[in-house]
Design a protein around this ligand. Structure first.
Ligand code: DGL
Length: 273
């Protein structure tokens, strides 16, 4: 028996959005334990510089290591794009982000090799989605669009609101003109706009949710390291939640999207790590 396999997985995000990744891990890896950290005091990361996002991500990784996690998932697209490559060689734990799994799924899905990517400003400016897609297949054409208003609209709960619909039409107009058949929802919050994005983009465009593919990639990663939890030892609590700001909003949002009742999120002074 490898006792490490019963350790939790550390998942982090700039705030609440990474819970969409937690939701996929819960669904696809139901035996795994999870420690989630949401940097709610310093969100958004999507308009911040690479240096800042690396510094924040390092602190969070240091905190997660105190929780004795066996692996880390960078659930935030912006942190995956800006910080993961710097942090990976600094730690001795398996770590994955959401960008690579998202690109792999999009490359499998596209038929006409015309792929759209929507994400935060910093993720689009990092060019990582665009570079990885073209690295795999130089014939792929990528059309990228930053959608900075989507995050606050989702956090406001306006996921089906006509205002959000108008905003989406405006953001997507140019890339939809490019005859894309695949659209990567390259930000944690965007899967919560799936219905609305489907209406705006139309049935002919496949929507890619990197969160789902990340859960599958996580399973392969854990298996590769002999770290998959076989569910033989139930350790409670199975899920633990931490945030850097007050927890009321966090709990309300978490309970609206997770199939699990959250009441006891702990506030952490993340600057100490
Ligand atoms: N979690 C971020 C992402 O996936 C969105 C929110 C933010 O800007 O921090 O890019």
């Amino acid at each position: 028996m490898n006792p490490e396999r019963y350790a939790p997985i550390g998942v982090f995000d700039s705030g609440l959005g990474g819970l969409t990744v937690v939701r996929e891990i819960m669904r696809n890896l139901p035996d795994e334990r999870i420690v989630y950290f949401g940097d709610t005091a310093r969100v958004p990361y999507g308009n911040k510089s690479k240096e800042t996002v690396i510094r924040y991500s390092r602190q969070i990784v240091n905190f997660l290591k105190t929780q004795e996690v066996k692996a880390i998932v960078v659930a935030c697209n912006t942190a995956s794009a800006l910080a993961l490559d710097t942090i990976r060689p600094e730690i001795d734990l398996p770590i994955i982000g959401v960008v690579r799994p998202g690109t792999e799924m999009a490359l499998q899905a596209t038929h006409n090799k015309r792929i759209g990517v929507i994400a935060t400003d910093s993720t689009i400016r990092s060019n990582l989605y665009q570079t990885l897609l073209r690295e795999h297949d130089k014939d792929v054409r990528v059309f990228a669009q930053a959608c900075p208003l989507f995050v606050p609209l989702v956090e406001e709960g306006w996921t089906k609101d006509p205002v959000t619909h108008i905003v989406a039409e405006r953001y997507l107009a140019d890339i939809l003109e490019q005859d894309i058949d695949t659209l990567i929802m390259g930000c944690t919050h965007y899967p919560l706009l799936r219905t609305l994005l489907r209406e705006v983009a139309g049935e002919s465009v496949q929507l890619i949710n990197p969160a789902y593919e990340t859960a599958l990639a996580l399973r392969r990663l854990l298996d590769h390291h002999g770290l998959l939890n076989d569910g033989r030892h139930q350790i409670t609590p199975q899920y633990a939640f931490y945030a850097s700001d007050t927890v009321e909003k966090f709990n309300a949002f978490a309970n609206s999207i997770l199939p699990y009742e959250i009441s006891s999120t702990t506030q952490v002074q993340i600057e100490k790590y």
